[in-house]
Ligand binder design. Structure first.
Ligand code: FES
Ligand code: FES
Length: 171
């Protein structure tokens, strides 16, 4: 599959990539300059991947790549060849929200919602490293994500609740 926007595009070099996205094996022909964020949004229609600053500052485009959080605006799609990617769309199980999603929902940890996917993915990663993070650890762990609505307290409350749910899931 490839997306072409003009006749001259067909003369540009493309590379075949194959990767796993939310558990599904995906192959595509992409231009080497295509960003992973644009690949996920425009080729896979994964609209949770938000594009804000496009230079690694806001964290809205955060996804998991081989179980590490990455800012997908800083990664080319060709660099994700062979990797295992996860976005917010892949966190729900049979229509049931995952523990971090559920916690954000219950704590009303969003206002406009633009930043939320990135915070959810960053929280998931933080809780893999620290079972019950302190407020300071949460602030440090989520420092790469910016909420321009500035509703941070509810986000921090959601992380604490997500920590409880994640522990219950594992018990
Ligand atoms: S859009 Fe990627 S960090 Fe802002
Ligand atoms: S909820 Fe609006 S930017 Fe975070």
């Amino acid at each position: 599959m490839s997306i072409e926007t003009s006749e001259s595009d067909s003369e540009r070099p493309v590379r075949e990539i194959s990767l796993t996205v939310n558990g599904e094996t995906v192959s595509a022909e992409v231009e080497p300059r295509l960003k992973l964020s644009d690949f996920l949004r425009n080729y896979r229609d994964l609209r949770s991947v938000r594009v804000g600053c496009e230079h690694g500052v806001c964290g809205a485009c955060t996804v998991s790549m081989d179980d590490a959080v990455v800012k997908s605006c800083l990664v080319y799609a060709v660099q994700a060849d062979g990797s295992d990617l996860l976005t917010v769309e892949g966190l729900a199980d049979d229509g049931e929200l995952g523990p971090v999603q559920q916690a954000f929902h219950e704590e009303h940890a969003l206002q406009c919602g633009f930043c939320t996917s990135g915070f959810v993915m960053a929280t998931r990663s933080l809780l893999k490293e620290t079972d019950h993070p302190t407020d300071e650890a949460i602030q440090a762990g989520l420092a790469d994500n910016i909420c321009r609505c500035t509703g941070y307290q509810n986000i921090y409350d959601a992380v604490h609740r997500a920590a409880e749910y994640t522990q219950e899931d594992e018990d």
